[in-house]
Structures are given as C-alpha cells and as structure tokens.
Ligand binder design. Sequence first.
Ligand SMILES: *Cc1c(COP(=O)(O)O)cnc(C)c1O
Length: 396
Amino acid sequence: MTTEELLALADKTIMGTYKRFPIVLVRGSGVKVWDSEGREYLDFVAGIAVCSLGHSHPRVAAAIKKQAEILTHVSNLYYIEPQIHFAGFLVENSFADKVFFCNSGAEANEAAIKLARKYAHENMAGDRYELITMKDSFHGRTLATVTATGQEKFQVGFAPLPEGFKQVPFNDLSALKDAITDKTCGIMLEPIQGEGGVRIPDDGYLWGVRKICDDREILMILDEVQVGMGRTGSFFAYEDYGVRPDIMTLAKALGNGFPVGAMLTRDRIASAFTPGSHASTFGGNPLAMAAALASGETILSDGILENCKKMGAYFLKRLEELRSRHSVIREVRGKGLIIGLELATGGDEIVRKCMDKGVLINCIGGSILRFVPPLIITESDVDRAIDVLDGVMEGG
Ligand SMILES: *Cc1c(COP(=O)(O)O)cnc(C)c1O
C-alpha cells in the first residue's frame, strides 16, 4: 500500500481520537525512526517519554523474543517467574515493599486511587475517600483518572464524573493545606507536571507536601508515569527531591515500548488489598515483565542516568542560547531529559516545520514545546535538534 492509501484506510477504520501528522512510522533504531517513504527522523518524542533506551533496543528486543518462545501468557491464578524477578527488581531499587502490575499509566493510577480509598476505609477514622490533585495535572483517561486530572478539556462531555476529587494549584502549599477536610484520604500529584506543560516543583514543595501528609496522616501518591525510570537523571524523580511517597505509579518507560504499568507501595498500605480486591488479566504478563526487567536493568547499568543528566544540562544550555537569539521563546525549563520551551505564540507550526526538516518534537497546551528524547542521545543529536529549531524560528 502507498502512504496515501494507508492514511485513507486509517481514517476510514480507526476512531478519530487522535490528531495525527500525515506520516506512517514503520521502523526505529536508537534515536531515529523512519516513515513509510523512507524518510529519517531524529525522534525527540520517543513515544512520549516511552522509548528511553531508544527504539528497538537490542537487549529489550532479545528479552521479548526469548520470553515469547518460552511463555507468552498465563493467568495470575498462578505464580509467574518473570513477574517475581521484576517485582524484586523494583522493590530493591525503590522505596516500595510491594508492587501491583497493570498495563498503562491510567490503570496504575486507577489502582492507586482504589488502594488509597480501600486503605482509608480500613485504617482511617470517619469516611475518608477524597483525593486532592493538582490543577494542570494529567493522570489518564479512565473515568476516575480523568476526574483526578486537573484539566477540564479532558472532562467535557463525560459527566457525571465520579465523586471524591478536588484540585488545587501546583506549587501552592497553603492552598493544599486549606483544601484538606475530614473527607481527605490523600494527595496525588506528578513530581514534575508533564502534559500540563513541564512544570517543575519549587524548592521544598514536594518536601512540604510530604510534611502535610505526615501531619494530617493522609497518603502521598506520586504519579511518576512520565518521569520515573530515569527521565530526570535519577531512577525515580522522588529521589531528586528528598521525599518518599506512600504510593507511586509507573508506566511509560517501564517496558521501553512494551505496554506495562505498575503501582508500588509499602507493606502497611499494600495490606489493604487482599485476594479479589483488584486484578488485571494481562497485569504482570510474562512478556511485559521480561521487557520491563531488561529495560530497568539496562537503565541502571549502562550509564544511562549519567548520560541523561549530562545531556539534559547540555540541551538546556543550548536552548538558553536559542532563547537569547529568539524573542519568541519565553522560558526554558526542565530536569534531566524532560524539557519544556514556552513560546510567546502557538507552537504547532514550529512542530510541523521541524518534522519537515527531520526532527520530531511535540507541542503541549498550544504553546509549549516538549522534549522527551531517548536518554541515550548524544551531543550531536542535541546540536542537530537545536540547528533545526534555530532555522525554523529564523523563519526557515
Ligand atoms: C501518560 C501519563 C498517564 C497516562 O498513561 P497511559 O498509559 O496513557 O494511560 C498518567 N500520568 C502521567 C503523569 C502521564 O504522563
């Protein structure tokens, strides 16, 4: 089929839930992807912070292939060997004692919401079920997670939304304190807001949230779906801010492209879930676990975190130089390799022009360019992206 035929068939058969660029990506390797016409792109989207080790990482591909030939799927009615190994890996390398596996970020957050309610029901006095979340947050598209999400545009038309969520502004500890009532069981937030525009927490903010949770004896839930697994230069973003959550969710980069999500917590809280409390047919599936273990071990052993920190600092520096040359750039902000560039105008045209010049980037909220490249990028990849951005902003 020609590209045009593929696009026509897609529009005829696939629900129109995405606004897509008119290219078909067919192959990837490292930081590059190719479309159906053979054009090459430098991929600074990486599946939206998913392919942190780059596309078709040999170790992850080999793990998937090997596992597919041994055992692809069995039910959680039985113990699953790769699941046991990967749970052990996560527990060993995080604050957590226990893990629940699922298949996506929304599902991980859904599980966290259910666990918080169940824990509160069994362990907190009174009737506590309410979660406080942040304005401009993003937690997923299921009914509960889209209600937790502090962006109305994702909620329009889906009423009635589930009860028990309310939002306060990010980076505002006094608003957070004021919002807590005798119904509140926890606070759920992203350490760095991703979809909301790459918003970095102020110094001491997450520590302040932790303190409020401790003082009020409520749960702190960190959604690390976008920033966990090395994106900030630490394995988990909470390490950067000197806090430990009570519950944490992961997905995106967890399987380097293989769909997998996880919800992690301490023993004390995990015990609120007993057989039958929650489940997922595919959760912790052997194939997903093999992909995730290979990804996680590679991130921790191949100098990936060091490269992320180094390249993040270099990229930020080069973007600041760009800002000094182009007044259309309002602000550059980021940590590790999650970087946002706020424009004084709309960003869609810039994204399209960069794509035409072979660099994939992404625009959120209409005017913020987001860069979440693979953590394996080199200085010359950064230079190439900067050159293209520079040319495009120059009017080229
Ligand atoms: C992407 C994302 C989600 C949703 O993940 P899905 O896998 O798309 O369900 C949730 N929270 C954050 C912070 C995200 O970035």
